[in-house]
Design a binder for this molecule. Structure first.
Ligand code: BDR
Ligand code: CA
Length: 342
């Protein structure tokens, strides 16, 4: 099982990433941190807590810590994404536990006293000798950039790879050319992409192929997802809150994507990172030199992917060099979509 620390801004698709990280047998989730992005840091922290407690087993809800992360980007002006995710990041979602639940209240009080960067460092220090951690980022990359800058030795010794949802080749969802997680903190993205360990990204070009259609939604609502669909069958009581929360969440996500982008349904961006860690054989990717546009009139936050090796002369072609001068990012370009949704 791969030990995973998940940094997120929950967030409609982040919620599904948390669900997968808690329940895929290949993943051992050891910590969750919040970061600004889809809404304020307070909302992101509370959502991380209530998703963990609602979706995890009693043991997971007690053992897995939640850490509060950065409120602002490193340099850029703060931004949120309320048109897609609602005012608090999970606008309109029903069926999640709240502060009236003892464990939610306890986890929330611990989270507010904590710090994401220290949480990442502590997760590294708790590893057995020879064991490594996978760091996952599905919000702005501020916390991860700070961890890299403050604890470079832990990064090198204890982190096997960083897997991110972010960036795009020639498209955007916050501007014509910038994807939200990079746009929300482009300087942080630049630091993370150039760090000296393997960095993997799920860009929009990949996530836009993994659309959560109405048909997949109806499968989710089946009492037994492997049985033929029967719309009038009631949901079993034990699963109703989980399914209610997923269904209300994804209904709002779908409406926003249909309205704003004209898509058939929302792309489940963030869960693809967890799916990649659990089942890398479902994905195909290529390593490229990727830089982040940090200033400009039209392209701030764009990921500049050197598809045709224009920078061949300057870029170290040694595959062991992931750092500042190397081909620094493995971009996932294809996924087996039916297997992912299954
Ligand atoms: C990314 O931006 C966020 O709004 C989503 O949760 C996802 O992580 C998609 O661009
Ligand atoms: Ca996210």
């Amino acid at each position: 099982r791969t030990k995973v620390f998940l940094d997120c801004d929950p967030g409609r698709d982040d919620a599904v990433a948390i669900l997968l990280a808690l329940h895929l047998p290949e993943i051992d989730l050891v910590g969750i941190s919040s970061v600004h992005g889809n809404s304020t840091i307070d909302a992101m922290t509370y959502n991380a807590v209530r998703l963990l407690v609602s979706y995890g087993s009693a043991e997971q809800a007690t053992r897995i810590p939640v850490f509060k992360g950065s409120e602002f980007p490193l340099v850029a002006a703060p931004r949120t994404a309320s048109t897609i995710h609602g005012a608090d990041g999970l606008g309109g979602v029903e069926g999640l536990l709240d502060m009236s639940n003892e464990r939610v209240a306890q986890q929330q009080s611990e989270a507010l006293k904590s710090n994401a960067i220290i949480g990442m460092a502590d997760a590294c220090k708790a590893l057995a000798p020879g064991e490594k951690l996978t760091l996952v980022g599905v919000g702005a990359f501020t916390n991860i950039a700070l961890f890299i800058s403050v604890f470079p030795d832990l990064l090198l010794e204890k982190v096997s790879q960083i897997v991110l949802m972010g960036g795009a080749e020639g498209r955007g969802n916050k501007s014509p050319v910038s994807e939200s997680n990079v746009y929300c903190d482009p300087h942080a993205a630049s630091i993370v992409f150039d760090c000296p360990i393997p960095v993997v990204i799920c860009p929009l070009n990949l996530t836009h192929t993994a659309i959560f259609t109405d048909e997949i939604h109806s499968l989710l609502l089946q009492p037994n997802p492997t049985a033929p669909f029967s719309p009038e069958a009631p949901l079993p009581p034990a699963a109703s809150d989980l399914r209610l929360s997923l269904s209300t969440n994804l209904t709002h996500f779908a409406a926003a994507y249909k309205r704003k982008y004209g898509f058939l349904g929302p792309p489940l961006h963030d869960p693809l990172t967890i799916a990649y860690i659990a089942r890398p054989e479902l994905f195909k990717g290529t390593r490229y030199r990727v830089d982040v546009e940090l200033k400009g009139d039209h392209s701030v936050g764009a990921t500049v992917v050197d598809l045709w090796e224009y920078k061949k002369e300057q870029v170290d072609q040694d595959p062991s060099n992931w750092g500042r001068k190397g081909k620094n990012v493995l971009i996932l370009e294809e996924v087996d979509v039916p297997a992912f949704y299954k």
